[in-house]
Ligand binder design. Sequence first.
Ligand SMILES: [Zn+2]
Length: 452
Amino acid sequence: MFGNVLVGVRTLQWAALCLGLLAITAQTASAADCRGHPGALGTSRTLVVDPRQHPRIGTMQYAETLPLGDHEVVLTFDDGPLPRNSNQVLDILASQCVKATFFIIGRMAQSAPEGVRKLRDAGHSIGTHTQNHPTGMKRMSIERARQEIDDGIASVKTALGDDAALAPFFRIPGLSRADGVEDYLASQGIQIWSADFPADDWHHISSSRVYDIAIKRLEAKGRGILLLHDIQARTVAALPRILRELNARRYRIVHVVPATPEQPATPTEPQQWQLHPPSENVAISRWPKIPNFVFADVEMLSAPALADLDGPDGALLPLPESLDRARPYAHGVPLPRQAPWPRQSPLPSETAETALPVPSPGVFEIPEKSYAALLASSPASRRAEQAAQGQPRPTKLTSIEDDEPRRSVRGNSRLGRAQHTRLSRHPGRGGWHAAHSRNVAPGMSRIPVAVR
Ligand SMILES: [Zn+2]
């Protein structure tokens, strides 16, 4: 398997090498054959394509484009013929021995049929571009779209007088693609040509700007289909400079023709029809496309019924033996089954002393005035407290010695006094106890408070 892959890769490399050599040879021959124009750009090679295998091309809209090598360019011209400008375009191309593809409007062909025949006689490829150049084919009915397509083809054929001279190439006006139009053209074996980059020559811009855009966009992609308009005067003015620059930058012109029984399609690999095929050295971040399954044609599986769980005799399948054996009987009558889950056991009693969180000092805060009043007015309360101090206490009381350095935190006490909080670990019992004492005024008793 791996060996086959290697052989395949080497074959591909050899094919590419041979293709390159052929291209160089063809370019040399073409430039040499361009009589009277030494150093002309020429046409490097002829690419034969099968529209049925690749019905839509041009990366401006589609996944595929022509299988061009690096620095290979295909020139296309739309909307003609308009003799005043189109004839100049023909002369300019002839001066460089360049072959291109023209997309003819049927109505223009009716007006200037000799212009269409000039294209054929010069050896260019001729496709169609509808009858009336509607700009919104995606919004029109498919019946009207088909009429536009068919009428355009008929008009160009009439102008040519030779059906075989018309290539099954079509460009949608304004590149206004629509599914119905694409499906119809594919059913007719007609290849839709989008483009890889336009030069914006239908806008009101200068010919210098057309040149700049054409070269800049070509350089950005390195190869591809250039969309121009032979009816535009600015294109006529820009074209000689564009061709000279292509020649200077070592671009090569490729002429595209349709496959015929006598002229089969140029052998290509599928990845050559992608402008930037993914490299083996680059991880692909895109997930593969999900196939478009036709779920309506797939029989649905039925949900299992309870009867599916029955035994052969219709009885329910027995439970596992361990559960069945544990089923008790009383007086010959089976008692309800025991629940299969284990008995709940009580949680182990907590014997260890748990540590409690330190309570907020505010819990023990007593307004000083209230406490002083309590001491003064209620001897019974004082006696009760003293008695309480004499009783066995559940926890050790902690007090702050007078001579102990105090760490006071001045908080938001309503009395405006500092409050003293200390944490101490009770010896031998574990757990943290908080002792809070009010930082009282001199002469007042310090009241220890303990919590646990
Ligand atoms: Zn057009």
